[in-house]
Write a protein that binds this ligand. Structure first.
Ligand SMILES: [Zn+2]
Length: 246
């Protein structure tokens, strides 16, 4: 393996690692996105169930009030029937008073039923709106979750491809150089290898000394940038343009 080939492999390794870094960040953001989408549905379902529980409560109250009302009405009817059989005015007055009280209670119960009916109307509207919101949310999230799953699969596929390409590139760099690459990468925010374009190191954007520039043109040695300590290479020297057909 010529040094030029090793430099070429290093250049490739760097590109693969940068791409893999971006991909890993992309993949790492996906579970949070999934959780956010699912939380949205959970919140919408909770809102719906809250209204449903209120409606159930309202209906229970209504049934209770109706039962009470029916009982009281029977009582009034019975008492009114008994009035005709009463002999003394005192007893008559007493039962009449009981009947009045029962009738008033029934009026109150009727008011309660009216209020409950109004409340039920409001709750039903809120419940319908919540049901619409829930199904909209579920549909939207379903589409987004599908896209998310596709994205996760794509990320995994690309990660596997990159891992294979990386193994191949790493094989073409000798172990000592690879270890040096990893060390610099750790210290230099993930970028260990930089091309020199013109006379400028693309790693730190500073010029390198002219004599070093000349050395780089030969691509026969591993050189580092005197400023940022990254491994540098001349892109033209490492990847010479294909000779034009004569
Ligand atoms: Zn540099």
């Amino acid at each position: 393996m010529s040094l030029r080939d090793k430099l070429k492999a290093l250049e490739e390794l760097q590109q693969i690692d940068l791409e893999a870094g971006g991909l890993a960040a992309e993949a790492a953001a996906l579970p949070e996105k999934r959780a956010r989408l699912e939380a949205g549905v959970v919140a919408a379902r909770k809102a719906y169930e809250g209204h449903k529980a209120r409606l159930d409560g309202n209906e229970r109250e209504k049934r209770g009030a109706e039962q009470m009302l029916a009982l009281e009405r029977d009582k009034v009817k019975k008492w009114e029937g008994r009035l005709g059989e009463i002999k003394t005015p005192r007893e008559y007055a007493a039962l009449s008073r009981e009947i009045d009280i029962a009738k008033k209670t029934n009026d109150t119960q009727n008011e309660t039923l009216k209020a409950l009916a109004l409340q039920a109307l409001e709750i039903r509207q809120a419940l319908d709106a919540a049901a619409d919101a829930l199904s909209e949310q579920e549909m939207a999230v379903e589409t987004e979750l599908k896209a998310l799953t596709a994205k996760e699969q794509e990320c995994q596929k690309r990660q596997a491809e990159l891992a294979a390409r990386r193994a191949d590139a790493a094989r073409r760099v000798d172990p000592g150089l690879l270890a040096r690459y990893e060390g610099i990468k750790k210290r230099r925010a993930g970028v260990a290898v930089a091309a020199v374009v013109g006379q400028t190191c693309r790693g730190c954007n500073r010029n390198i000394p002219p004599q070093l520039f000349i050395v780089l043109q030969r691509a026969e040695s591993i050189e580092t940038c005197p400023n940022c300590n990254r491994i540098i290479y001349s892109s033209d020297a490492v990847n010479p343009p294909a000779p034009s057909p004569a």
